[in-house]
Design a protein around this ligand. Structure first.
Ligand code: ARG
Length: 291
């Protein structure tokens, strides 16, 4: 089920890894903890995660992602235990990054650290206004053909922030209303996949939003996730080409993905579920490697 550790220092193994242009930003979990409650998953889990186990699980994820992409690292910072969830740093495309304005004060301290990393790496940095919270790639996902930006709103990101994104990239934005507090970021319940597929948990959205999803993705391209998989963060999936990396899922969902040609890599991420995040929350996609 879960991946075997891959020795990425072994040249024989490295030679078997296909070269890729995908790049992801990750943050090692040295300072990770559940220190406060800002989503339903954190309730009852304050200081309940094991940093040792979290480090092991993150390392497995890092190794799995490294087989399909380049990984850049940002240093964790004291007082910012959720910084491991780099998906929330901002949204990047074509060298421009819109830095998040977190809804909760508990995470606002991360903003200058992420901004500094992007500036030093040579990205064009755009700030988003504090008055209109926007939580980055956690709530904003491009269709894999790059023609559409799906942006969630409700628990965190506000709809009035979507206009700024439309302007920055001159891209069509589809706003999706998140109505279940458990699925408080778009990337917890919606995953555009290569081949024009989408994997999502319909009950997380209102009817008008489902209509928009169905208008963009024809029936045969929709992979519907059951609640039992959705609560294991099945939709929180990293996808590069035909590889999908995600937390443990049911054999039924696994075969659905495999029957569409995907290679599925499951990485156990229980310690991060306690903070309300899994595979996709732990990475941020970058369109080019840092300079
Ligand atoms: N504890 C973090 C929060 O509530 C988890 C963030 C998960 N990230 C994500 N992209 N869904 O903000």
């Amino acid at each position: 089920m879960s991946t075997q550790p891959i020795d990425i220092t072994n040249p024989a193994i490295l030679a078997t890894i296909p070269s890729t242009s995908a790049t992801f930003l990750m943050c090692p979990p040295r300072l990770y903890d559940v220190n406060y409650v800002i989503n339903p998953w954190m309730a009852g889990n304050v200081h309940a995660s094991s940093r040792t186990r979290a480090a092991e699980q993150w390392q497995r994820l890092y190794e799995a992602v490294s087989t399909i992409a380049d990984v850049q690292l940002v240093e964790p910072q004291p007082g910012s235990p959720d910084m491991v969830f780099t998906a929330n740093a901002g949204l990047e495309r074509n060298g421009t990054v819109a830095i998040s304005s977190f809804f909760h004060p508990e995470r606002q301290g991360e903003e200058p650290h992420f901004r500094r990393w992007f500036e030093q790496a040579g990205y064009k940095v755009m700030d988003t206004p504090r008055a209109t919270p926007f939580e980055g790639e956690g709530d904003a996902l491009f269709s894999t053909d790059g023609t559409r930006l799906f942006v969630g709103y409700g628990p965190r990101t506000v709809p009035s922030s979507h206009q700024a994104l439309r302007k920055i990239w001159g891209i069509e934005v589809t706003s999706l209303h998140l109505i279940d507090p458990r699925f408080y970021h778009l990337d917890t319940c919606f995953a555009p996949l290569e081949g024009g597929y989408v994997m999502y948990f319909p009950e997380a959205f209102d009817r008008a939003s489902l209509d928009k999803i169905e208008a963009f993705y024809p029936l045969e391209k929709r992979i519907i996730v059951a609640e039992s998989d959705a609560v294991c963060f099945a939709c929180n999936a990293i996808n590069v080409d035909r590889t999908i990396i995600l937390n443990n899922i049911s054999s039924d969902l696994r075969s659905q993905l495999e029957s569409r040609g995907f290679d599925v890599i499951e990485v156990t991420l229980t310690e991060f579920l306690k903070a309300g995040g899994a595979a996709k929350c732990l990475v941020m996609k970058l369109s080019h490697a840092a300079l």
